[in-house]
Design a protein around this ligand. Structure first.
Ligand SMILES: NC(=O)C1=CN([C@@H]2O[C@H](COP(=O)(O)OP(=O)(O)OC[C@H]3O[C@@H](n4cnc5c(N)ncnc54)[C@H](OP(=O)(O)O)[C@@H]3O)[C@@H](O)[C@H]2O)C=CC1
Ligand SMILES: Cc1cn([C@H]2C[C@H](O)[C@@H](COP(=O)(O)OP(=O)(O)O[C@H]3O[C@@H](C)C(=O)[C@@H](O)[C@H]3O)O2)c(=O)[nH]c1=O
Ligand SMILES: [Mg+2]
Length: 289
């Protein structure tokens, strides 16, 4: 039976993991007040006390625009902490499951990225997440780095809930239509992570980076349209939605235009096929409060 140390219990993915991991063992899930990832000594002390057989780390600094200012904090949480977790995982001889992002890629081109493609983050958040990946690889504990994208859930801060709120407040919205990726339900990430842990108790030879996103892809504009189709069907007031170019929506952080992530490696290694993003969105919609 596993003892799983789970970080970020109140985050989108952490919350869903707490649910999906039930049945695999004891889940120890401190919140950010009882375990601060920016404090390496606290991390080491907690791990020594819990003696986990598996560490899962969905905690992260995810404020993409704010990270351009809070560079040091973003690196402490996204870049340094994963290396401390990896160092402790190696010491205990246990695996680490970590999450990363489409924002490690340059965003060039219009074909799906594969895990072995070159990385070239375009903003501080992406660079800090890449630093975390590299720290884990350098330590070399058994690990999975699951790169996901455009995460939403029924709770937390995300594009789905922002659109639902703005849709009620505004007559019209302009949404970027030239950034393409896969909206991904936090529950899909948690469920498939749990399947991996359940079917792969032997970590030999599987360590590495994997894409884990919902199937298909769309633009943020396409994602917004799908959200408002569901809202309209539920009788909500919906705004007019207009497609715009990234240049017409200036933000402190630059976002990649091509965030398409190939799923072949996940499918071939673990036999898992994530549901299409529209199917996941419809299910999440039904679970909204
Ligand atoms: N959100 C997205 O669109 C995407 C996310 N990812 C990656 O997926 C993973 C999960 O993201 P998601 O669930 O959306 O993240 P959220 O922003 O929803 O949650 C992040 C969690 O991390 C916790 N946290 C932040 N700082 C600290 C700290 N110093 N010490 C301890 N805990 C901390 C937060 O705690 P508290 O709630 O107390 O602040 C929160 O529980 C992350 O690795 C992220 O980089 C990848 C692609 C897209
Ligand atoms: C609210 C709003 C956003 N947008 C655009 C801005 C941006 O390009 C896109 C999404 O906005 P967000 O602020 O949700 O984007 P962002 O926070 O960059 O989302 C990213 O978060 C990190 C953590 C990741 O790892 C990425 O995969 C990705 O999900 O929509 C509009 O065009 N119009 C609007 O009214
Ligand atoms: Mg965001």
């Amino acid at each position: 039976m596993h003892t799983i140390l789970l970080t970020g219990r109140n985050g989108q993915v952490g919350w869903e993991l707490q649910r999906s991991l039930q049945g695999l063992g004891r889940v120890v899930a401190p919140d950010s007040r009882s375990l601060d990832l920016a404090d390496p000594d606290a991390l080491r002390a907690t791990i020594a006390e819990v003696r986990p057989s598996l560490i899962i780390n969905p905690a992260a600094y995810t404020a993409v625009d704010l990270a351009e200012q809070e560079v040091e904090r973003a690196y402490a949480i996204n870049g340094i902490a994963p290396g401390v977790l990896a160092e402790q995982a190696k010491r205990l001889g246990i695996p680490l499951i970590h999450y990363s992002t489409d924002y490690v890629y340059s965003g060039e081109g219009d074909t799906p990225w594969h895990e072995h493609d070159p990385v070239a983050p375009q903003n501080v958040y992406g660079a800090s997440k890449l630093a975390g990946e590299e720290a884990i690889r350098a330590i070399g504990c058994d690990h999975l780095i699951l790169r996901t994208s455009w995460v939403y859930a029924a709770r937390g801060k995300n594009f789905l809930l922002t659109m639902r709120r703005l849709g009620r407040e505004r007559e019209s919205l302009n949404i970027v239509a030239d950034q393409v990726g896969a909206p991904t339900w936090a529950r899909t990430i948690a469920d498939l992570t749990t399947h991996i842990v359940a079917v792969r108790p032997d970590w030999h030879g599987v360590s590495g980076v994997y894409h884990l996103v919902n199937g298909g892809n769309t633009s943020w504009f396409g994602f917004a349209e799908a959200i408002f189709r569901l809202a309209a069907a539920a009788g909500d007031k919906v705004p007019n939605v207009a497609p715009i170019a990234s240049e017409a929506y200036p933000t402190p952080a630059k976002r990649p235009k091509n965030s398409r992530l190939a799923l072949n490696k996940l499918q071939e290694t673990f036999g898992l096929t994530p549901p299409h993003w529209e199917e996941a969105l419809a299910l999440c919609w039904e679970s909204l409060p």
